[in-house]
Write a protein that binds this ligand. Structure first.
Ligand SMILES: Cc1cc2nc3c(=O)[nH]c(=O)nc-3n(C[C@H](O)[C@H](O)[C@H](O)COP(=O)(O)OP(=O)(O)OC[C@H]3O[C@@H](n4cnc5c(N)ncnc54)[C@H](O)[C@@H]3O)c2cc1C
Length: 616
């Protein structure tokens, strides 16, 4: 009996991983029918996106062209106009996308909310303004508010009667957000918290009526969160920050001096502020990625249009290979990230429904579902923001001198895009988080099994050395995706064994792992998308042929990124025989993909040049 008990003890945990288990993409092969692709939006969803785009083009972009400059909130008149824009957007329902109907919102499902973020990106810096209203400034109340708090504040946020902001960052608490010094002291009569401290970089702060403020009560070690009305008093604002970009978005310092906050305005429980802050940022991260997809598509279309019009050496610059290379790359990366964003968004919706079935309330379920996909949200934030920055940069290059001129508005996009790598957690922090969260799920909570797939790698390697391999269908592409995943498991597993707890101090190596992890997720998402498209009867075959080439080109690039990151890591933590052994394993896993990158990119570029826009 004792022996049996011992065996039971040794029995590994039974993992019940599905595609709705965050991080499971690494160890489980998803099926194409498990993922959502953007070709599956219904009429209503497409109509919402179109309405948002129209609003942005008419109210913001055309207005900017007319006045010959971007919105700039350091000019008082512009600031007033931005406030009016927010109210106009609210009248169309845009400020209530994340708020339940009973509180005046339109409560879009999570994935449609991401489509909204993609579309509103056409509003340039206004996307940050409305983003703070609909995301960080209001979701703490949506997810953590009491019924009374929701009834009191959410209708005003949905109608933009209340402009919302989120105050976490302080002069000495940026990435290390938990180290904030803002204090909340209970008043002698026990009715108020008296809030004192300084917050910096507060989006919408210049006109906000409502501040979600993170502060420590008395001598607490942990942050708490409060809903603070400007009308409470004791609040002063700094001047508008002079920023590199997003000049149409208000960013100020906010000073609290014994601001009396009714005790009823504490959000959730005392000490739960950091948890709230992080969970809200998870949502912000994937929304930022969706916005980055919107910005990238828009900039790509601009680049295509200009390249066709601009003539040099007797022909359109779009006829030159160097320009086609840029367009092909911009289009491919955007297409791939799009696949991963909406795959994740739908999974969050499905997970929410699963939690609701198990008895959670709608807001608890949404929150837990977003938390589940924290690894994916961090990956998407990094990849989305880096892509939009690259696309904006290359768009300027396609425009040449005219890209550098303020006249065309192209440089605005370049400056605006840059912030995406800094806020919602810097890309360094998000890189660290993606690997850290995955490790936590494998080691602490044991929700995903990294050991069993790791043990299979030797067999996989032997299989790769056998002479007969089927290249039918997408077998070659599936092998590449699997091998990127195996590379992550192999080198991170070996580093974990060798460096143990010291690994957290080797951030460069962790960032190498994070880059491989991200490639695994994005590459698999685009592969699954193509497999799904192939199984659909009503697809345009010519377009599908180009989409397949984008898959090929993405994998070609993903292999190169993975190889570089893997070598960097191996050369950083191994020497001698161990190094050559690891290098050989990685070489076997990451064999070159036999495509012609130039012709593949050209085919993609030729297609979008002919269509005259990003058309996927
Ligand atoms: C335009 C704008 C709008 C903003 N809006 C808001 C808002 O509405 N509300 C709000 O609360 N905040 C807001 N922020 C603040 C933003 O979230 C912070 O700027 C961001 O979190 C980074 O903090 P920091 O600027 O203090 O940089 P730091 O934390 O000082 O980081 C500086 C550099 O060091 C790196 N670094 C820091 N710690 C580590 C580490 N442990 N390991 C490795 N590298 C590290 C960072 O990645 C970065 O490269 C906004 C900022 C800007 C610029």
């Amino acid at each position: 009996m004792r022996a049996l008990l011992f065996l039971l003890f040794l029995q590994p945990k039974r993992y019940t991983m599905s595609h709705l288990t965050g991080g499971s993409f690494l160890t489980r092969q998803a099926a194409p029918n498990e993922i959502f692709i953007s070709e599956e939006w219904n009429e209503e969803q497409l109509m919402i996106a179109e309405m948002v785009r129209e609003f942005c083009m008419k109210e913001i972009q055309e207005e900017m062209l007319e006045r010959g400059r971007e919105f700039d909130v350091s000019i008082e008149e512009d600031k007033k106009e931005v406030v009016v824009l927010l109210e106009k957007a609210a009248a169309l329902g845009f400020c209530g996308v994340g708020i339940e109907e009973k509180y005046g919102g339109i409560d879009l499902d999570f994935n449609t909310g991401l489509l909204f973020s993609e579309a509103i990106a056409l509003g340039l810096s206004f996307a940050t303004t409305i983003g703070a209203q609909t995301s960080i400034g209001s979701l703490p109340i949506v997810y953590y508010g009491t019924e009374k708090q929701k009834k009191k504040y959410l209708p005003g946020i949905a109608s933009a009667e209340l402009k919302a902001s989120y105050c976490l960052t302080e002069p000495n608490a940026g990435s290390d957000a938990n180290s904030g010094k803002t204090k909340a002291i209970l008043s002698p009569d026990g009715k108020h918290y008296l809030l004192s401290g300084q917050k910096i970089w507060i989006t919408n702060g210049g006109f906000a009526d409502l501040f979600i403020v993170f502060a420590k009560i008395d001598d607490d070690k942990k942050l708490s969160a409060f809903i603070v009305e400007k009308a409470f008093g004791g609040i002063t604002l700094g001047a508008e920050e002079k920023k590199m970009g997003i000049k149409g978005s208000s960013t100020v310092q906010v000073f609290f001096d014994n601001c009396p906050v009714p005790v009823d305005n504490l959000l959730s429980e005392r000490g739960s502020g950091f948890k709230i802050a992080l969970n809200i940022l998870n949502t912000g991260r994937i929304k930022l990625a969706a916005g980055a997809v919107g910005g990238s598509k828009f900039a790509t279309t601009k680049a295509i249009t200009y390249a066709k019009e601009r003539k040099q050496f007797g022909k359109s610059i779009s006829d030159f290979g160097a320009i086609k290379q840029k367009l092909g790359e911009m289009c491919t990366r955007t297409f791939a990230i799009d696949a991963a964003v909406y795959r994740t968004g739908k999974n969050i919706d499905l997970k929410t429904q699963e939690f609701i079935k198990n008895g959670l309330s709608s807001s608890e379920a949404k929150l837990k579902a977003i938390r589940e996909f924290a690894v994916e949200c961090s990956i998407l934030k990094v990849k989305g923001s880096e892509n939009v920055c690259q696309v904006a940069d290359e768009t300027i290059q396609v425009y040449g001198g005219m890209g550098y001129s303020a006249e065309m508005g192209i440089e605005t996009g370049y400056r605006d895009a840059r912030i995406t790598r800094i806020y919602e957690g810097t890309n360094e922090i998000n890189r660290m988080l993606s690997v850290g969260e995955l490790t936590k799920r494998a080691i602490q909570t044991k929700e995903i099994d990294l050991i069993t797939p790791g043990k299979k790698i030797p067999f996989q390697l032997i299989k790769q050395l056998l002479p007969f391999k089927s290249k039918a269908g997408l077998n070659e592409e599936k092998r590449i995706v699997q091998n990127i995943k195996s590379t992550f498991l192999l080198i991170s597993g070996a580093a974990g064994q060798k460096l143990k707890a010291k690994l957290v101090d080797e951030q460069e190596i962790v960032m190498n792992f994070s880059d491989i992890l991200a490639e695994a997720y994005i590459a698999e998402s685009v592969l699954l998308k193509i497999e799904k498209l192939q199984s659909m009867s009503d697809v345009d075959k010519n377009k599908l042929a180009i989409q397949q080439q984008m898959l090929q080109y993405y994998l070609y690039e993903a292999l190169a990124t993975t190889r570089k990151a893997a070598y960097d890591a191996i050369y950083s933590y191994t020497t001698g025989i161990e190094r050559s052994f690891m290098r050989r394993l990685v070489n076997t896993l990451l064999k070159p993909y036999n495509i012609n990158p130039k012709e593949t990119r050209r085919a993609i570029a030729n297609y979008i040049i002919e269509k005259g826009e990003y058309c996927f």
